[in-house]
Design a protein around this ligand. Structure first.
Ligand code: ADP
Ligand code: ADP
Length: 228
């Protein structure tokens, strides 16, 4: 099954006077279970593409299907429900809530779904904290953790709701290469064992080395697709 399908996607920013064509004639198919990356230089359109797949931005023309759903023209409310129910996001800056502990940051993601009791939440959170290797850090706030530890919390937060798809925008950008590799090993394991589909945007060679599918972008176009 396709997890992501983009058909003739174009994206313009700006208005009639000043217009930037960020994406041109993008056609992409990413199957369920993939470990794929949008790669390419700065300004080539990686983040714009990831935002479109995550229903955070609209296309100018073309069609977008994610997890079997046409998300091309969702209302703000529909887009927000879609993100909450189907997608886990991981960002380069981790985006954790500073006043909450690691445990509470993960719990917050489940609270948004609003369908679990306190004890159901506890079971899920304990399991995921152990899986990503930060159970001892559960009571720490983000400023009491290293970058690698914070990114693990962010991964736990994305995973705890068992999303079909994880979108990760430059997730290793603020990590040293040893920590970055540990984080990628963890994501690869989750991809293989839990069958979560991962889609990255990155120019980090490490991510490109780990990826099973590389979609090389330049000037808003896909110029090459590499499958390993
Ligand atoms: P990348 O993630 O590969 O660095 P982006 O998707 O951020 O690339 O940007 C692609 C192109 O779109 C660039 O030319 C960038 O300047 C432009 N762009 C991105 N976001 C906006 C925006 N909000 N308004 C105007 N132009 C934008
Ligand atoms: P990693 O990110 O893989 O844990 P680091 O080299 O970043 O590795 O950190 C090593 C140790 O130093 C961490 O286990 C953590 O306890 C501590 N540490 C690093 N940065 C911070 C920080 N900003 N605040 C508190 N402790 C930190």
């Amino acid at each position: 099954m396709e997890m992501i399908k983009l058909e003739s996607v174009e994206k313009d920013y700006g208005n009639k006077k000043i217009m930037v064509r960020a994406l041109k004639e993008i056609n992409v198919n990413i199957p369920q279970g993939d470990f794929a990356v949008f790669a390419g230089p700065s300004g080539s359109g990686k983040t714009t593409l990831l935002n479109i797949v995550g229903a955070m931005d609209n296309v100018t023309s073309g069609k977008v299907f994610v997890a079997g759903k046409d998300i091309t023209n969702l209302s703000i409310k529909e887009a927000s429900n879609f993100r909450r129910d189907k997608i886990g996001f991981i960002f380069q800056s981790y985006n954790l809530i500073p006043v909450l502990t690691a445990y509470e940051n993960v719990e917050f993601s489940l609270d948004l779904l609003g369908k679990f009791s306190k004890s159901e939440k506890k079971d899920k959170i304990e399991k995921i904290l152990e899986e990503v290797g930060i159970q001892e850090l559960r009571n720490r706030r983000p400023n009491e953790m290293s970058g690698g530890q914070q990114q693990r919390v962010a991964i736990a937060r994305a995973l705890v709701k068992k999303p079909m798809l994880i979108l990760a925008d430059e997730p290793t950008a603020n990590l040293d290469s040893v920590t970055g590799e540990k984080i990628l090993e963890l994501m690869k394991k989750l991809n293989e064992e839990e069958k979560v589909t991962f889609l990255f945007s990155s120019h980090d060679q490490l991510i490109i080395d780990y990826a099973k599918r590389i979609l090389w972008l330049r000037d808003g176009k896909i110029r090459k697709e590499e499958i390993k």
